[in-house]
Design a protein around this ligand. Structure first.
Ligand SMILES: [Zn+2]
Length: 397
């Protein structure tokens, strides 16, 4: 029972706090930039907050504690072990418990859900603290200003409001610039982080293995890159050692069928699926394993009908296409290595997760070092496609 009460108590304290804080961050910038902000005056003096500013939640003004309490002549210190901040003036003391998000006074007040951190600064309710240390608080609409005052104040609220307009305008301007600078700095860091963050790209080679596979493997090794090879059944049987070499070097293998003839393989869903099974059988014979990865010849559009695709997937295969086409297989036309490099460069920039289509051809082998050089400089890591990766295909799944 006791534990139950404790748990309920913790919920009451903690739960309302989180939305409050998430909201706060968005609100601060928005409010200040839209002139909706509250200024703190102690007696006749405007308090200039740096980096973190007073904010209002549900009609309650919260202030960065240190800036404020020092301006009313109180001391503040922090106990890192207890996660407590203490505010003291003369014989009166307030404890701010960060782990409970609660304010305690030595006179027995307990206010839950009113202490939080904003930009590394402790925030606490302004009016309560001011009142506790014998300041009254008035609200001046023009500003607006929340004014803490005691017998040392010289001006009336009205006089203060009139005299302080210019100062408040300047303060607004200063804060606006400060926030703008902060946002720019955050964006700069964020962009920098993005640029240096390793990204993944998938190189894929279709129609192998061939007499070019070993050269491709050598280049990949040199660049510490791995790729995915969509192989044809007959080629697997013809070059069993190369298939094993592809695997041993950490690359992955996918199925590309048997006939590579659109008139045959797309005749029916049964033919398509059976070609993939046959190709898988060859792989099993040569490499000792099967795979679910499939790329159909010429890509899954426009040849692959919807029901073919469904049949393929119902048989457990995972359909892959590409989103970067090196165009190294254009029919009746031998593309230069330079043009292949250019094609890849131009398209990669626009893709979040580039899946690059290439074929085992002489010009592609020549283009490969420059392509890898480019991708490495762009911080791409070249990974083999695994069976647990969400496929990229022309059907958008
Ligand atoms: Zn092909």
């Amino acid at each position: 029972m006791k534990r139950m009460i404790l748990v309920v108590f913790a919920w009451l304290i903690l739960i309302p706090f989180f939305p409050l804080k998430a909201e706060a961050a968005a609100r601060v910038t928005g409010e200040i930039l839209s002139d909706n902000f509250i200024f703190i005056v102690v007696n006749d003096q405007l308090i200039s907050f740096r980096d973190t500013y007073p904010e209002i939640h549900d009609g309650i003004t919260y202030v960065p504690v240190r800036f404020f309490v020092e301006s009313i002549g109180a001391k503040v210190w922090w106990d890192n072990h207890q996660k407590h901040a203490y505010i003291q003036k003369n014989d009166k003391k307030i404890t701010l418990d960060l782990s409970l998000k609660t304010l305690f006074t030595d006179e027995g007040h307990i206010i839950t859900d009113c202490v939080y951190i904003q930009d590394n600064k402790i925030m606490a309710p302004y009016k309560f603290i001011a009142n506790y240390f014998d300041y009254r608080v008035s609200y001046i609409k023009n500003g607006p200003v929340a004014r803490a005052f005691n017998e040392n104040a010289c001006l009336s609220d009205e006089e203060l409001a009139n005299r302080m307009q210019k100062e408040i305008q300047q303060e607004k301007e200063r804060i606006r610039k400060e926030i703008q600078k902060k946002i720019e700095e955050e964006n700069r860091i964020k962009n920098q982080g993005m640029a240096n963050y390793p990204k993944i790209a998938y190189l894929t080679f279709d129609d192998g293995p061939t007499i070019y596979t070993e050269q491709i493997l050598e280049i990949l090794e040199k660049y510490e890159a791995r790729a995915t090879f969509f192989m044809l059944s007959n080629h697997i049987k013809k070059y069993p050692d190369i298939v094993r070499k592809v695997v041993n070097q950490g690359n992955s293998i996918g199925l590309h069928g048997v006939s590579h003839d659109a008139k045959i393989i797309f005749k029916s869903a049964e033919v398509l699926v059976s070609e993939m099974h046959e190709c898988n059988h060859s792989l099993q014979e040569v490499a000792g394993f099967r795979t679910d990865l499939v790329r159909v010849p010429y890509g899954s559009r426009p040849y692959l009908k919807k029901e073919f695709k469904e049949q393929l997937e119902a048989s457990g295969f995972i359909l892959w296409d590409w989103n970067v086409d090196s165009q190294d297989s254009l029919k009746g036309y031998k593309l230069s290595p330079e043009k292949i490099v250019q094609n890849v460069k131009a398209q990669v920039a626009r893709k979040k997760l580039p899946v690059i289509l290439m074929h085992e051809k002489e010009a592609t082998v020549e283009a490969l070092p420059e392509i890898l050089d480019f991708l490495k400089k762009q911080n791409y890591i070249l990974e083999p496609i695994g069976e647990n990766v969400t496929p990229v295909n022309f059907w958008g799944n």
